[in-house]
Write a protein that binds this ligand. Structure first.
Ligand SMILES: Cc1cc2nc3c(=O)[nH]c(=O)nc-3n(C[C@H](O)[C@H](O)[C@H](O)COP(=O)(O)OP(=O)(O)OC[C@H]3O[C@@H](n4cnc5c(N)ncnc54)[C@H](O)[C@@H]3O)c2cc1C
Length: 373
């Protein structure tokens, strides 16, 4: 039973954001920065943010050579470069908002390994650099097979290696904690343990029911930022979940590489974090099986990660142990660009980050706030 006071002070807001991942938190910030006197509440189903934003590997990346080439062949040069620009704008705004030290942003670069048998043609590199140079002001991709010796990778299965001069990395946990602190500093409220149902439009207001509760929130505007979980609220949107598997090793003395690395068309990715390897991917080994929003491990994919650690990433006979394994859920669809949609009457949706939400999430929040005037 709701009291008069609860009704007065807890249930009615100018904006309610559903989901406290990077997109939901950023949307709330962008809206409140423009409308400091309006009230904003974020509803989160987990005890803390429990989607991809706290489960990724902390890559602040713009795309590997193979990924961008693939995008150009699929979407054309203009759309593919639009995706890169969205990543640039998003990361710039994230860094401006929180500061590099708060999120441990480091621009150490990285690279892409091409395994023997992969058909990427290094002759594409000059054209890719020509397209990207105006965006980054420098040459992004530099083929250099000899470099793999310095990085400690096992050469037997490697056909070529392309250095990436612009990639960055963050500490995912610090970024999300710092974003939550920023949100709180703006007087935005967050209620956790609240799984929202589909918002219902009643007159000028939106009613947001909470699952397994009689409580219903009301708001003039609603932003739905639930990424892979959005089909549970809006089944008609083109969004399919895609699970990502990750592991982190215990510290490895003399780990040679720094920065972020990809192979197998970007489906596998690894980095150095405090002399541990964070290594993830392998969704392409079982696309159908990984099209799920169940946060569980896939043992076959985890075994493949172990295999590549042993035979590709670490020098032969390196002793390593896995400290922790986890999975997180991304959202994909037929299109590479995210859904940033004004659904009318003050309801907006920002979802389907296509595995790029660390990079684009802040900019998606800005664009949603543009709709929510
Ligand atoms: C393993 C892995 C690796 C990745 N690597 C990269 C990378 O290299 N670079 C990159 O840019 N991105 C990467 N990503 C993707 C990036 O993490 C996501 O795109 C981004 O975090 C999505 O942010 P979001 O806010 O849209 O969604 P999420 O972070 O998933 O947030 C959605 C939130 O909504 C909550 N929620 C869901 N339903 C409801 C409901 N009904 N009511 C209330 N709350 C609800 C969830 O609990 C969750 O906290 C990776 C992701 C994973 C899993």
């Amino acid at each position: 039973m709701i009291s008069f006071w609860e009704n007065q002070s807890f249930l009615n807001y100018d904006l309610i954001v559903i989901g406290s991942g990077i997109v939901g938190l950023s949307t709330a910030c962008s809206f409140k920065e423009r409308n400091p006197h309006l009230s904003v509440l974020i509803l989160e189903s987990g005890i803390f943010p429990s989607g991809a934003s706290t489960k990724n590997a902390g890559f602040a990346c713009y795309g590997s050579a193979a990924e961008i080439w693939h995008d150009v062949s699929l979407l054309g040069e203009i759309k593919a470069l639009e995706v890169v620009s969205l990543r640039i704008d998003g990361l710039r705004k994230l860094r401006q908002r929180l500061g590099d030290s708060a999120i441990d942003y480091q621009e150490l670069g990285g690279g892409e390994i091409f395994l023997k048998g992969e058909d990427f043609n290094l002759e594409h590199i000059p054209l890719l650099n020509q397209w990207l140079c105006p965006l980054f002001g420098k040459e992004v991709f530099v083929p250099d097979l000899a470099k793999i010796k310095d990085l400690g990778f096992q050469p037997e299965n490697i056909q070529s290696f392309v250095i990436n001069t612009v990639e960055g990395q963050i500490d995912t946990g610090k970024m999300m904690k710092s974003l939550i602190s920023y949100v709180r500093s703006k007087d935005i409220e967050i209620y956790t343990g609240c799984r929202a149902g589909t918002p219902e439009n009643i007159g000028e207001k939106w009613r947001i029911p909470i699952e397994n509760s009689t409580i219903v929130f009301n708001a003039g505007r609603v932003a739905v930022c639930t990424n892979a979980f959005t089909p549970r609220l809006f089944p008609d949107l083109d969004i399919k979940p895609g699970r990502g598997q990750v592991l982190v090793t215990k510290p490895i003395p003399d780990l040679k590489f720094k920065g972020i690395f990809h192979f197998d068309e970007g489906y596998f990715y690894f980095r150095n974090f405090e002399n541990r390897v964070i290594f993830g991917g392998g969704r392409n080994l079982d696309f159908k099986g990984e099209e799920t929003d169940l946060i569980e491990l896939n043992n076959e994919i985890q075994a493949k990660l172990d295999f590549y650690l042993d035979t590709l990433i670490l020098p032969k006979n390196t002793h390593w142990e896995v400290e922790h394994r986890w999975a997180g859920i991304m959202a994909f669809g037929k299109e590479k660009l995210p859904i940033i949609k004004d659904m009318g009457n003050g309801l907006v949706v920002g979802a389907r980050m296509n595995g790029m939400g660390v990079a684009i999430g802040t900019e998606v929040g800005e664009k949603l706030a543009d709709f929510l005037k």
